[in-house]
Ligand binder design. Structure first.
Ligand code: 13P
Length: 253
């Protein structure tokens, strides 16, 4: 089983601040283990950060091209990320689905591009408030998962991390209760098991994201199918991020 806590800085921090964050995390990582730590950084910093990242910290992009090399101005491909030492990318984030044209089909192509290069795909899924109020959360997340993950081959699944991020909990301070989160994580694990078998499904890290912070991390990470978190606001400051990590039951000093 994989335990992962990943930060997602989104469009925040300048280069110097990113380097300072790395330095503080390096010191902390030297005396902690048991949980894989990742951070999704803005694209301009990736090459530098991947080179200075301490052992135990993997640097992720927050996007990747759905196309290969060619006339696609502004895009960067999975093999470009790989050539810079980047571990993978966050794909299908609700902010990109809502505002930057990441349809299920594009997210599928991005996941495939990453795993095809042997990189990690941190695949995000989650329902909007409207969808939850209509009781459609399972239907929506199943559709997203089916489009991008359930048709992969078994080997590719080893490089997929699923992040369940209810849109209504992102950046709102309104966290899903641990019971609500576990219910969805259990459903996701079940769909993975139906397709890949129980053993493979048990190996996939399913992270919770959405206003996860030091004060609620332990409660969320204590649930059977919650293997860690994808952290936005609380990942910007290393002390808060370490506070979230401290809530993971498998973290060891
Ligand atoms: P917040 O932790 O700021 O709610 O963001 C979650 C998120 O979107 C991580 O990808």
């Amino acid at each position: 089983m994989r335990n992962i806590v990943a930060g997602n800085w989104k469009s925040n921090k300048l280069m110097g601040e990113a380097r300072e964050w790395m330095d503080e995390m390096a010191e902390w990582l030297a005396s902690h283990e048991g949980v894989e730590v990742m951070v999704g950084a803005p694209a301009p910093y990736l090459s530098v950060l991947a080179n200075v990242a301490p052992e135990g910290l993997q640097v992720l992009a927050q996007n990747v091209s759905a196309e290969g090399h060619g006339a696609h101005t502004g895009e960067f491909t999975a093999d470009m990320l790989k050539s810079c030492g980047v571990a993978g990318a966050i794909v299908g984030h609700s902010e990109r689905r809502a505002r930057y044209g990441d349809t299920d089909d594009r997210v599928k192509a991005k996941v495939r591009a990453l795993v095809g290069e042997g990189l990690q795909a941190v695949f995000c899924c989650g329902e909007t408030l409207e969808e939850r109020e209509a009781g459609h959360q399972e239907q929506v997340v199943h559709r997203q998962l089916k489009a991008a993950v359930l048709d992969l081959d078994e080997d590719a699944l080893n490089r997929v991390v699923v992040a369940y991020e209810p849109v209504w909990a992102i950046g709102t301070g309104k966290t899903a209760t641990s019971a609500q989160a576990q219910e969805m994580h259990g459903a996701i694990r079940g769909w993975l098991a139906d397709r890949f078998g129980d053993e493979k499904a048990a190996d996939v890290a399913i992270l919770y994201g959405g206003s996860c912070k030091p004060s609620n991390a332990a409660e969320l990470f204590g649930k059977a199918d919650i293997n860690g978190g994808l952290i936005g606001g609380a990942a910007l400051n290393p002390v808060d991020f370490q506070g979230v990590l401290a809530g993971h039951p498998d973290l060891k000093r």
